[in-house]
Design a protein around this ligand. Sequence first.
Ligand code: ANZ
Length: 942
Amino acid sequence: MTNPSENTTHRYNADLAREIEGKWNGYWREHGTFHTPNPVGDLATDAPLPKDKLFVQDMFPYPSGVGLHVGHPLSYIATDVYARYNRMLGKNVLHTMGYDAFGLPAEQFAIQTGTHPRTTTMKNIDNMRHQLSSLGLGHDERRSFATTDEDFYRWTQWIFLQIYNSWFDEDQQRARPISELISELESGARTTKDGKDYSSLSTAEQAAAIDEFRLVYLSNSMVNWCPGLGTVLANEEVTADGRSERGNFPVFRKKLSQWMMRITAYADRLNDDLDNLEWPDKVKTMQRNWIGRSRGAEVVFKATDVDVTVFTTRADTLFGATFMAVAPESELADALVSDQPYDSEVDQRWTYGSASPTEALAQYRRDIAAKSDVERQENKDKTGVFLGAYATNPVNGDQVPVFAADYVLAGYGTGAVMAVPAHDERDYEFAQAFGITITPVLDGDVSEEAFTGDAPHINSASEDVDLNGMGKQEAIDAMIAWLQSSGNGAEKIQYKLRDWLFARQRYWGEPFPIVYDEDGHAHALPEDMLPVQLPEVDDYKPVSFDPDDADSEPQPPLAKVSEWINVELDLGDGLKKYRRDANVMPQWAGSSWYQLRYVDPTNDEKFVDLENEAYWTGPRDENDCGGVDLYVGGVEHAVLHLLYARFWHKVLFDLGHVTSSEPYRRLYNQGYIQAYAYTDARGMYVPAEDVEEIDGEFFYQGEKVNQEYGKMGKSLKNAVAPDDVVAEFGADTLRVYEMAMGPLDTSRPWATKDVVGSHRFLQRLWRLAVDESTGEVNLSDAARDDDTLKQLHRTIAGVREDYAELRLNTVVAKLIEYVNYLTKTFADSATPRAAVEPLVIMVAPLAPHLGEELWSRLGHEGTITFVDFPEFDESYLVDDEVELPVQINGKVKARIMVPAEAEQDAVLEAALADAKVASLIEGKNVVKKIYVPGRMVNLVVK
Ligand code: ANZ
C-alpha cells in the first residue's frame, strides 16, 4: 500500500529512467567509453593493451524498413551484458554492430518507386541505429559499417579475387596461389586436369586449362530460372511445388553459364574441423548432414557407345541391379539415347507415348523442367522414359535397360544409378510402375515394398564373386574389393555438398571484378582497379519475361547500362575493349568475412592487418583454431552462412592472410521471442495490440478472434516495438526483463504485462541506496554482519559463474534474491554501503545506466564500465550448519540442525535428542541407527 502522503519524487520510474539513460548515453558517447584499442593502425593507442581480450559478435541484421521488434535485441542485449561483464574482469573487449545491407527488399522497393536502394538502406540503418542506441548497447561505433559501404565491398571484391586467383592442391589439402600452379604446369611437374602437357597448348588453351583449377569458375550448371522475376534463384528460394517464394512465379530448371565457388574442395576440412569448434551439437550435425560425406563405390556398366559409371552406397546389391536410370538432363542421357524408333516389343509403359527414344526424352525434359529437386525426390509416382539402350552388369553380364528418370539428380554422384528395386524404395516404385523384374539379393520380404534392412545375402554368386550368406557390411567390403581388383569400379567417398552458385541477376549487390575480352574470355581485374562501383541507373528491374517462357535467358539490370558495361582498359597488354560482368554477388558474400573487418575497420591498405587479426582472433595455443570468441545468432543460419564463412576463412588462412583457421570459435544460438497472435474468421492475422480480452475470449473490432502462438514478427502481426517498452519503463527494465524471461537458448513468450515485475526489481534496488523523498543516498557505514556477508559472497560466486556461462536469467534471479534479502534485513535501518556497492557493480552489466547512476551517486568518479567485478571469499560459501532429515522406519519425521563438520556419534545423539523424535520413539526399541553423511539420519524402531 502506498501512503498517499508519502513523498516519492525521487522514485525510480519511467521519467527518472529516461533522464538517467539520456545522461549516461551522452557520457559514453562523449568519452568514447566503448572505443576498443587495436595493437596497430588507426585504432591503436599509446597505452599498453590488456593481454586478455574478448571478441563478442552478433549476427548482424538486415536493415529492414519495419525496424526492430523486441525479439531482435534479445541476443544483442545478451552479448552486451556478456561484454560488459568481461570488461569488469579486465579484458579488452571488442563489440560492435554492422548491417548486412545488400539484398532484395531495398531493390524491390527501388523497382516499385524508383528510390535508389542506397537511400532506402541508409534510411533503414539510421532508424535501426537509433532504436539500438536507446538500449544502452556498449558498441564501438567506430567499427560499425554496412556491407554496402564502398570501402567494405571493395574488400569483398578483393577477397573474391584472392579466391579466383587460387586453386586447391589435393595433395597438400589447401589453397595455393594460381601463380604457383602455373610454374608447376610450365615445369611439367603437373599436367592439366585432362592430363595434357601444358607447354604444348595454345595461349587460349592454357588459359582455359588454368581456369579449370580455379576456386572460382564459370560452369554450365543447372539453375532455377524464374522468368517472371527475371532472375536465377537459390534452391532455398524455390517452394516445394517449384515456384518462386517471392511472387509465386513458375521456376524452371535450366542450364546457364554461372559463377561457381569450389567449396566442395574443402568438404573434408569443413567436415573434420567441426571437431575443434565450441558449437551446439545440433548445428554441427546440420553442417555434417549438409556436407553429407558417404562412403560407397563407383561401378562401371558398359553400354554400346559409352561407359555408364554409377555411384552406389550399396555395392553389395549389384547382383540385384535389374535396370539403370540416369538424370534426364544429363549429357549422359544424350550419349545413351538411341536414334532408332522404339522396337514394337518394347513395353508401352516405357515409351512415354512417343515413337522414338529421342522424341520421348525431349518431351520428358520439357515436362519436368518446372519440377524442383525436392519434388522430384519425394514424388511417389515415378516417371521416366526408356532410352532404347542397354548396359552390362559387370558382375553377372546381364543386359539391363537404361532409363532417364527424374528421381535421379543431375548434381549428385555421377548422375546415374544402378537400380536395385528389391532394396531401394525409389527403385522399387519405379520397377512397379514400369513392370521391371524385382530380384531380392538379401533374404527379406519384398512382396509389398523394398527390403532395406540387413540380412544374409542370397542370389549373389557368380564365378568371380560369392556374397551369399554374408551380412550387409561384409558384402559391401567384399564387392568393393572385387570391383577394384577386376577393374570394374573403385571405392569412392561422395559428398552431398555442391559448389556454391555465386551470381545473381540483380542490381543491389557487389559487382564482380571481372571483365570479358572480345573473344569472351574472362579476366580478373587487378587490385588497383577496385572497387568496381555500382553504376547509377534509372531502372533497377532485371529484364523479366513472360513467366511461362522457359526458353528466355537472364538479363541482369546492369547489362542495360552500356556506358558502364563497355570499358577500355589496359590489363598489361595495352588498351583494349572489354565488357564488364553484369551479375552481382549473392547476399551471402559480405557476411562471409565481416568479422575480420570489425577488427580493422578503417584500414585502407589491407582488408585486415595481420597483427590486429592475430591479436583478436588468432589461435591461443597450438590446438586452438582461433576465431571470434563468442558469436550469437539464430539457428536458421546453421548451414549456409556459417558454411560459407568457414569456407572463405579457410581460403584466407591457406593464403596466409589470417592466422586463425576458423572464423567462429564459439557459437551460441539464442531462442526466439514468441507472442500471442490472433486470427479472424477468415484465418487472417489481426493486429495483436488491438485485441481485447473479455471473459477469457478475444475480440478485434467487436468480432471474436482466435488466439494462437508463434514467433514474434511482421507476418503474425504480433510485433512489439522496443521503443514502446523503453518509453513506458526505460531501457534498463527492458534489458532486465528480456534476460530474466528464461534460459537464453530457449524460446520464450513475450508478455507486456510482466515487464513491470522487472521494473519493480530495479525500483527496490534503487530504494536500497536512495531516499525516494529526498533523493539523497541513505546508506550506513556500518560493518556487514556475518549473515549479510554470507549472502553477498554467495551471490557473487553464483553470479560470476552464471555470467560466464550466459545463464543470464539466473543472474537476475540471484540479484533479485539478494536485493530482497537486503530490503527485508534492513527494513528499519539504513543498508550498509559495503553491502550495496558490490551489488551495484554486479547489476551494471544488465542495467548499465542505473549502474552508472548509482555508482556516481555513491560518490565515485567516472564510469563503472571498467570497475573490477567483485571477488568472493570461499570461506563464506561453506555452511556452518546443515539441516538433516530424520527418517523413522523410512519416513521423514523431523529435521535437525547440526554443525556441518559434526561426527556420526554427535549427529545421532542430536537426532535422538530432538523433541519430536524423542516423543515418537518413546517406549520403543531403536534397532538400527544409520547416518548418511551430510544427507540424513535413518532410525529403525520396533
Ligand atoms: C544402388 C542401391 C541399392 C542404392 C540399394 C541404395 C540402396 P546417399 O547415401 O545419399 O549418398 N543415388 C546415387 N546417385 C544418385 C542421384 N544422382 N540421384 C538420386 N539417387 C542417387 O545415397 C546414395 C544412393 O543414392 C546410391 O546407392 C544410389 O542408389 C542413389 F539397395 O545404389 B544406391
